[in-house]
Design a binder for this molecule. Sequence first.
Ligand SMILES: C[S@@+](CC[C@H](N)C(=O)[O-])C[C@H]1O[C@@H](n2cnc3c(N)ncnc32)[C@H](O)[C@@H]1O
Length: 306
Amino acid sequence: MTRAGRRLQRGRPAAACHGSSAGGVGAADYSWSMPDSQQSRPSAATSSPNVRTAAISESVHALAAARQRELGRPLVVLDLGGGTGGLAVPLALAGHHVHVLDPSPDALASLQRRAREHGLGVAQEAGTGSVAAAQGDADTLQDVEAVRELVGGRPIDLICCHEVLEWADDPAGTLRAIARILPPGGALSLVTSGRLAAVLGRVLAGRFAQAHRALTSRDGRWGEADPMPRRFDTAALTELLTSCGFAIEDVHGARIFADLVPSAYVDSDADRRALLELEAAASAHPDYPLLAQLGAAMHIVARRRS
Ligand SMILES: C[S@@+](CC[C@H](N)C(=O)[O-])C[C@H]1O[C@@H](n2cnc3c(N)ncnc32)[C@H](O)[C@@H]1O
């Protein structure tokens, strides 16, 4: 898809638009909200823990709940590259208004199915959580007016950018755009792929030259066949965020062991919980900070400075 083609598609008919969020931009392909009858359902994130996503998801829910307490209302969330809605749908079930912006029509269709499966219907009333999806990408954020229309003119309280910055044409430009569209105090949840986890993964696969390359290359890739366009070093990323006007609140590694363990070892809820508890202890252990840096994912929480 061309750069222009990937930009927010204005004027597309909304399949099931709800009032303000689809609003003037006309770009929301799908939108759903939670009927009152569903409001007391437990979050999808709490049923059976997914070891790849649970720790980050829990931490985003805690961040959203804290911000909601500060503001006294549910949040307006922009989930850049939110894909199939693994984060967006539980946030909507928690009562927030989530706008997913993703270039993949297939992902957006899966998001629609997931939303329906969790009982999210077309928004009729204010006060219910909702998910709206639009096709667009990181470059879309450069168009402040388009983003404003996308979220119905409301201030954005939280931007999630999970495992997306690696794919952006201009990661630094994307972070600067995020800083521009977030009001002071607005929160950013950023998840990126860790370089050291790739090194370890290549070593364990017996690909020592690739591990060496992942360790020393500028972009953290292990070779031409590496499906990941780039990986980030945490220090450089936090420096960049600070220079863009963010105050860093938390940095922690996630999926330290989860991606290394054969799935056959993690086939019961008890296994999953034990692994998650180990992950939590390792990511925050004061004596072994290196463990956190081995995470396949690095989770940074930052706030827009005033
Ligand atoms: C690895 S998935 C992550 C999905 C979701 N954020 C999560 O954490 O589960 C990467 C997502 O980024 C989207 N994506 C790829 N390139 C993008 C870009 N330039 N801007 C925004 N999203 C992009 C893909 O369509 C995909 O849904």
